[in-house]
Design a binder for this molecule. Structure first.
Ligand code: FAD
Ligand code: NAG
Length: 450
């Protein structure tokens, strides 16, 4: 257990949500020997989700943890992304040939359930409690408490909301912050759901889809011209093809039935969308329905891509992890660094740690949000102006400029400040990061010893 200077009581952290963000923080606290528990509403861990990618913006932290070989084993490197129209003609491509030389890392694509499984394997099962839906929270000078749907409560020193886009922790926190008059006005408006994706992982016949036998990822996107739908596919190890169908929710072409509200993750309510897109042409040949049919129905889930950056990240003993794959993991890395540097369990020290977390992360999260908004317009957008934007991006911007833009992102790489930094093997530069006072002090003390 980490000794805290002022208080005798060891720190205990409550993490709400066993998604990749919550589990990332859990495995970091495990390394730090800090006491924690993860509360997850699902009654079982199900292999839901589709393709996700990790690049130089997060892989260095995994390298520090010694997890890079395990991640490489469940991933495929991406060297290219092809874009098609619904006549299956190639209309654009993103070349990533210089990524490794510049950043020192490959861009890796994997199936979410595989990564989820890997993270879980690093955490004692006794610390991840299932069927624990958080309803509300309370906090004071002495601690923080959450109330669960099963009638129980859970107490700790720090509460971390890693419970996704419709976070119950965030809602509870914002109620408190509003009462204290410190909630940013923009945080009162609700999430604007820009896009909704239905995702799954097909296990198709390899003779029909010989592309699954290749060693690097075939990562493609098909954008419908007169349809609100677009989809992408990515091959991952094990002869599987991850797919995701995305629909823009605010276009008039979206049928009323499709504008449903977020409920539980799971297979329910997918049938309408499957019917609507079944006969969409597939660049591998056949129709996308063939891929859907090669996917176990109960492993098809929905993902909402929201477009909002919240301003209030913490209050008192409660702090939030952001949404978005790499973003949530970067949050977890910096939050773990700040918790490691905590001087005591006092409300003042905890607030100072959370302030430092937000100061370090906010500008980058904001930049990322802008970028994915624009990328979303180009890759999923179906309004008139978005189509023009796409035409310009694919036809008027030279490929090299596009790749340069992409490579610029590799400079930001949050790492664990309580471990030795990884070496930079790339030719590109890396942004400096706030060092840990505690780590430097303890390192000096170790080196001073005979
Ligand atoms: C089942 C699933 C499939 C996904 N598939 C994809 C995908 O294919 N592609 C993609 O890009 N992104 C996908 N995502 C989203 C992606 O995982 C996240 O955007 C990103 O990893 C950040 O994760 P997170 O941990 O912050 O949130 P999430 O991954 O959303 O995880 C939040 C977790 O909190 C739990 N939770 C929510 N409310 C409560 C509560 N009140 N009490 C207790 N627990 C609660 C949820 O059950 C969930 O396990 C998926 C998410 C989920 C949950
Ligand atoms: C992906 O597969 C398609 C269809 O088999 C092929 O035409 C394309 O060149 C492949 N793309 C990459 C990047 O391998």
């Amino acid at each position: 257990m980490v000794e805290l200077l002022d208080e005798n009581k060891p720190l205990h952290v409550i993490i709400v949500g066993a998604g990749l963000g919550g589990l990332m923080l859990a495995l970091l606290l495990e390394r730090l020997n800090i006491s924690y528990v993860v509360l997850e509403r699902a009654s079982e861990i199900r292999p839901l989700g589709s393709a996700m990618a990790f690049s130089a913006n997060i892989l260095p932290a995994f390298e520090q943890l010694g997890m890079l070989p395990e991640i490489e084993k469940i991933s495929m490197p991406i060297f290219n992304m092809d874009i098609y129209n619904n006549a299956r003609q190639k209309v654009g491509a993103l070349n990533m040939g210089r990524y490794r030389a510049t950043s020192g890392y490959e861009s890796l694509i994997f199936a979410r359930p595989d990564m989820h499984h890997l993270f879980l394997s690093k955490i004692p099962a006794s610390k991840v409690l299932l069927k624990k839906r958080v309803l509300s929270m309370e906090q004071n000078e002495l601690g923080v408490m959450v109330r669960l749907a099963d009638g129980t409560t859970c107490h700790g020193d720090i509460l971390v909301g890693a419970d996704g886009a419709y976070s119950a922790v965030r809602q509870g926190l914002y109620k408190l912050a509003e009462k204290h008059g410190i909630l940013a006005a923009s945080d009162l408006t609700s999430l604007k759901m820009g896009y909704m994706s239905m995702v799954g992982i097909a296990q198709p016949d390899p003779e029909k889809y010989p592309v699954v036998k290749e060693k690097s990822a075939n990562f493609s996107r098909l954008i419908g011209e007169k349809s609100p739908y677009s989809y992408n596919t990515a091959t991952v190890p094990g002869g599987r093809i991850c797919w995701g169908m995305t629909i823009q929710l605010d276009t008039s072409k979206v049928s009323k039935e499709m504008r449903f509200k977020n409920s539980e993750w799971g297979p329910e309510a997918n049938e309408i969308m499957i019917k609507e897109i079944h006969d969409f042409p597939c660049h591998f040949g056949g129709v996308v329905g063939d891929l859907i049919d090669a996917t176990p129905k109960d492993l098809i889930s929905r993902v909402f891509l929201e477009e909002k950056l919240f301003e209030t990240w913490h209050h008192g003993r409660t702090v939030l992890l952001g949404d978005g794959a790499t973003n949530a993991l970067q949050d977890a890395v910096i939050l773990a660094n700040c918790i490691y540097d905590l001087k005591s369990n006092s409300p003042e020290d905890i607030s100072a740690a959370f302030r430092s977390y937000k100061d370090q992360r906010y500008p980058h999260a904001k930049q990322q949000m802008e970028k994915s908004k624009n990328l979303g317009k180009i890759l999923y957008g179906q309004t008139w102006s978005e189509r023009i934007l796409r035409y310009i991006a694919f036809n008027m911007i030279p490929a090299k400029t596009q790749e340069d833009q992409f490579l610029k992102d590799t400079v930001y790489r949050p790492i664990l400040s309580f471990m030795e930094p990884p070496e930079n093997r790339g030719s590109g530069s890396v942004l400096p990061q706030k060092p840990s006072e505690r780590y430097e002090r303890e390192k000096r003390a170790r080196e001073a010893q005979p």
